[in-house]
Design a protein around this ligand. Structure first.
Ligand code: ATP
Ligand code: SF4
Ligand code: MG
Length: 340
């Protein structure tokens, strides 16, 4: 009996430690104009599937408006998908109650692009970092000294010290504020982090420091992460696997070591050809010719067709299905893929 309990616990540990997004679509209803009653539908996510395994860093890249933050918000439970669902290990978003969400969020650390926007300027650093513990005080039964010890431990791990505890957020630079935001996200030692452009609002000179910090913290705390960025060189360096989004769809995903050197989707290939350099002072962000189409009233077919050099007749008929040789780790959607 003891063995069976141990075996079942081990099975759960190794098998279910995964977040899986399953065929999720999210549409936003907007008005055609200020005075119009006519409603239009913004297709922010269409049939998106993605897995984040224990300890894995999944990079999510794509141009502005491609749906990266919407996907993050669906995973956090801030948006309810119109179609599809999210599995948190063995918990299903379609049947989860408020209490289940509270426990899932305990396992999700969240860092946004602009740390100041999510922090109360009147609170001290100690109050800000301890906030997730205070919200869950009934479940955690942590005494005040234990709480302070945890806050100091995490602050020190992010390069700050106990001397900062009583300070307010306006006394810190942008890089230090992002360290405080990371400390707050990590204070419950979550198993997953959602990092939505965590370095893009920072000065270029600070970006590498915060990125190195995230890399060290990942080794120390072993969290998995969804790392959202516009920046391919960063994702190539930091992520294990990369998913490329285009107009609300994941068009390709593969290992970070291969996706840009052996791209199959023409969009990924075009991104990979932009100048990439971890020297933050000295690089270009990708700029593809042509405009990303509107996410409203999309015509049938591949959304990349108006900008694609490899377009063939089939491309305008339907969205391309998953490639025949897809695996759990790598897939693409294209009728005329690049031959690597
Ligand atoms: N609350 C909302 N109401 C209406 N439309 C929205 C809403 N949130 C997002 N959208 C639209 O959904 C699409 C996807 O937006 P999203 O913010 O997810 O893109 P993103 O990839 O995160 O872009 P960025 O790189 O600029 O952060 C966009 O067309 C956006 O205008
Ligand atoms: S499906 Fe066609 S249009 Fe779309 S990326 Fe592939 S070749 Fe280009
Ligand atoms: Mg975004």
């Amino acid at each position: 009996m003891g063995y069976r309990l141990y075996r079942d616990a081990a099975f759960r540990f190794f098998t279910y430690r995964v977040i899986s997004v399953n065929a999720v679509s999210k549409f936003f209803a907007i008005r055609r104009g200020m005075l119009s009653r006519e409603k239009l539908s913004v297709k922010a996510l269409q049939n998106v599937s993605l897995k984040i395994a224990a300890g894995e860093i999944v990079g999510l890249v794509g141009e502005s408006g491609s749906g990266k933050s919407t996907l993050a918000r669906v995973i956090m439970g801030l948006y309810r998908p119109d179609q599809g669902h999210v599995m948190f290990e063995d918990r299903d978003s379609r049947t989860m109650k408020k209490r289940d969400w509270l426990s899932v969020r305990r396992d999700l650390g969240i860092v946004f692009q602009d740390p100041a926007s999510s922090m109360n300027p009147w609170m001290t650093v100690e109050q800000i970092v301890a906030e997730p513990i205070v919200i869950r005080r009934r479940d955690l039964s942590m005494s005040k000294p234990q709480r302070r010890d945890r806050v100091v431990e995490i602050l020190e791990a992010t390069g700050l010290t106990a001397d900062h505890l009583a300070k307010k957020i306006h006394e810190f630079s942008g890089g230090q504020r992002q360290r405080i935001a990371i400390a707050r996200a990590l204070v419950l030692k979550p198993r997953y982090m959602i990092l939505d452009e965590p370095i893009s609002a920072l000065d270029v000179s600070i970006q590498a420091q915060v990125l190195n910090l995230l890399s060290d913290l990942r080794k120390q705390y072993g969290f998995a992460a969804l790392f959202i960025t516009h920046d391919l060189s960063v994702v190539r360096w930091f992520a294990d696997r990369v998913a490329v989004m285009y107009l609300g769809r994941i068009v390709e995903s593969a290992g970070a070591d291969k996706i840009f050197s052996h791209s199959r989707h023409p969009y990924t290939k075009a991104l990979a050809m932009s100048k990439l350099d971890l020297d933050f002072e000295n690089r270009d962000f990708y700029a593809l010719p042509g405009e990303i189409p509107s996410p409203i009233d999309q015509p049938p077919g591949c959304p990349f067709a108006p900008r694609c050099e490899r377009v063939v007749a089939a491309c305008n008929s339907a969205f391309p299905p998953q490639s025949a040789e897809s695996t759990a780790a790598s897939t693409y959607h294209c009728f005329n893929p690049v031959v690597p």
